[in-house]
Design a protein. Structure first.
Length: 184
């Protein structure tokens, strides 16, 4: 192989590597939105539909049926907070508005902003779990040592499949590095 041929081969390889690196960056950049779309389509990750106006939800209450709702609380290791549900389970009638609360406490000596990420299990119950008011819709700021009760108002859709008798609502709090603008 001549020096000229070797030089051309190296340039070709360098070009391919640059294209590959740019492609991998693009893939990494798009991975999170693609993951969210995939989870929404496939009903994975127990992500509910988010905020629902209570007046929009059909008020048909299935008083013949009880569903156990379990409450779970987790904190990411980067967040120095204590976080737990006030009660670990409750029985609700599908269609009735229910309220549960969690307690969060900032155990550090500084002001910290956190964001709760909800998950509903089993995943196929997530579309039937409607939150009408939730601390997870906005970032939460806790002063050093502050403890706060955080309620969640929810309705389990009466169309929840009959074989689903237990639903778990789980929250994981993460530290938020970028607080929401105060104007929103």
């Amino acid at each position: 192989m001549t020096a000229r041929t070797q030089h051309d081969a190296n340039r070709k390889l360098a070009g391919r590597l640059v294209i590959f690196a740019v492609g991998m960056f693009g893939f990494g950049f798009l991975l999170w939105p693609l993951y969210n779309v995939f989870c929404d389509i496939a009903g994975l990750n127990g992500r509910g539909s988010g905020l629902v106006e209570a007046s929009v939800i059909e008020t048909r209450i299935d008083s013949k049926r009880l569903v156990t709702v379990q409450f779970d609380a987790n904190v990411n290791s980067e967040l120095p907070w204590d976080f737990e549900p006030v009660e670990f389970a409750m029985k609700v009638h599908p269609g009735e508005l229910s309220v549960a609360s969690y307690i969060a406490k900032n155990t550090s000596a500084e002001v910290i902003v956190g964001q709760a990420v909800p998950s509903v299990a089993p995943g196929r119950a997530a579309p039937y779990f409607k939150k009408t008011e939730c601390f997870c819709f906005t970032q939460q700021t806790l002063e050093a040592g502050e403890e706060r009760e955080m309620p969640v108002h929810f309705i389990i859709d009466p169309d929840l499949p009959e074989d689903v008798r237990t639903v778990t609502l789980s929250y994981t709090f993460f530290r938020s590095e970028t607080p929401e603008p105060s104007g929103s």
